[in-house]
Write a protein that binds this ligand. Structure first.
Ligand code: ZN
Length: 479
């Protein structure tokens, strides 16, 4: 029985008194599990967003369990009642993966926010799913270690959400995506079964690696409740440069050069196409241009190491070589924390696109060799249809990941669908992906088959049926 969302007055009129009895009983049982303030309803639920918009939250009830046992009890109850459940972390996703319908129950992990353990010898942290990313980053630093996952939403995004979406971010080139930092996890299945797989070792080949089923599953295969994360020694040095590049061929050669020259120290290689650079270095943006604005490409290069003096020297030498070999046209190297911060602020000032209304945001990946032709093609198609359109391109080039922010048409439904076609269709022939790091959610579901073949999607659906036969976990999302 799904949650009826009919006001009590309407119920009698519609002769549905029996259904509301069941609902009240269901809510009473939720309260019995999670406590009185563990169940929210009305405005306390609808005022919350799902992702960056509020419109995605239609659910009327939200349950906030305090432990894995309570999550298990909630799911057992929901399973018996065939009640669909949408799990919420920090609600910072970008693909409507946390949207809820009126008859769905939100399961928020916000009260499971304890860092249970930090072990500096094993270099692991054991955390509950509701821990905020930045909270963990700061706690770990007091042990002279780092948790290297980093992204703009660090102050709100939770570890559970990072795991459920296999979040990427700015330092993937050095440390990999979230998947690479998860050693073990605990998840609750749709029927309430707790699968505790809290491995603490880097190596463990004892049969199937079950955690991988849940990482990136976007709440459709289970609810992640606790995670064992890998920690790393805190780097002692950081070098940041901003460089201008005059051709795409030089850009890819420069990436190889700098990675080789820094001997494993490269920790970010963030490329900006000229449009994006102009956007973030021209008023009303607060940023000022560190280099002339006439070049087609700009790169923020970051290196992390162990010896400030020695590393800075090596970094400068690598840049000088690149200039000599004409791989780069110009460069500036930050000389202080303030300058490093100012250069990163340019890359992070994506919010400037807001001055042009609500744009469409894309997150694709494709082989580096195919990028130049791909972007030129997308731009040409957009301009042919909307001569006054805007298209800003930037991204984590070393990971094959580009972000496109496009303002075209009236921002309504037909323009959106047409732009999606222009962006997604050319990815298939080059083996690209409609989602590099944001996930599928609802937004990219119609395009999944451009990046996954029929056999892959069939296996995904088999897994879904096996783990969630009644389809109560984030139904309608991903596959
Ligand atoms: Zn990104």
């Amino acid at each position: 029985m799904k949650l009826g969302l009919i006001a009590p007055g309407d119920v009698a009129a519609q002769g549905l008194a029996k259904e509301i009895d069941v609902d009240e009983n269901f809510i009473a049982q939720l309260r019995a599990i999670a406590g009185d303030n563990g169940v929210l309803s009305g405005a306390a639920v609808s005022d919350r967003g799902a992702g960056f918009s509020r419109s995605g939250t239609r659910a009327q009830y939200l349950v906030r369990p305090r432990s894995t046992d309570e999550v298990s009890a909630v799911l057992k109850l929901a399973h018996a009642a065939r009640q669909p459940v949408v799990t919420h972390g920090g609600r910072t996703g970008l693909v409507h993966g946390a949207d809820s319908k009126a008859d769905e129950l939100i399961l928020s992990l916000e009260r499971m926010n304890a860092i249970e353990e930090i072990d500096p010898v094993q270099r692991i942290a054991v955390v509950q799913a509701g821990v905020v990313l930045q909270q963990l980053q700061e706690a770990v630093e007091t042990h002279d270690l780092i948790f290297p996952l980093d992204l703009g939403a660090r102050g709100s995004a939770t570890i559970g959400g990072n795991v459920a979406t296999n979040a990427g971010g700015n330092r993937v080139i050095r440390y990999g995506m979230t998947r690479a930092m998860v050693l073990g996890l605990e998840a609750v299945l749709a029927d309430g079964t707790v699968v505790s797989s809290l491995n603490r070792m880097i190596k463990n080949n004892a049969a199937y690696d079950l955690k991988q089923i849940f990482i990136g599953s976007e709440g459709t295969l289970g609810v992640v409740t606790r995670v064992v994360l890998r920690l790393f020694e805190r780097p002692r040095s950081q070098s940041v440069a901003f460089v201008a590049v005059d051709s795409f061929a030089a850009l890819t050669t420069f990436l190889k050069h700098i990675d080789r020259a820094l001997g494993g120290g490269l920790s970010a290689f963030e490329v900006m196409w000229r449009d994006f650079y102009l956007l973030v270095t021209t008023p009303p943006a607060k940023g000022t241009p560190p280099l002339a604005q006439a070049h087609p490409y700009y790169v923020l290069v970051e290196s992390q190491g162990a010896d400030a003096e020695h590393d800075a020297l090596r970094f400068e030498e690598a840049m000088a070589q690149a200039l000599e070999q004409r791989l780069i046209a110009d460069a500036t190297i930050a000389q202080s924390d303030r300058e490093r911060h100012a250069l990163w602020a340019l890359r992070d000032d994506v919010g400037q696109v807001g001055q042009f209304g609500a744009p469409f945001v894309f997150d694709v990946s494709l082989p580096i060799a195919a990028m130049e032709t791909y972007i030129d093609g997308v731009r040409a198609q957009l301009l042919a249809r909307w001569p006054d359109c805007r298209c800003w391109v930037f991204g984590h080039l070393g990971d094959g990941n580009l972000h496109l922010v496009i303002r075209a048409g009236d921002a309504g439904g037909t323009a959106r669908t047409a732009v999606e076609g222009i962006v997604y269709t050319p990815l298939q022939p080059v083996g690209g992906s409609v989602s590099a790091e944001h996930g599928i959610g609802l937004e990219k579901k119609p395009y999944l088959e451009l990046s996954r073949n029929a056999q892959e999607i069939a296996l995904m659906r088999s897994l879904k049926r096996l783990l969630d036969p009644l389809d109560i976990l984030n139904p309608g999302k991903v596959v």
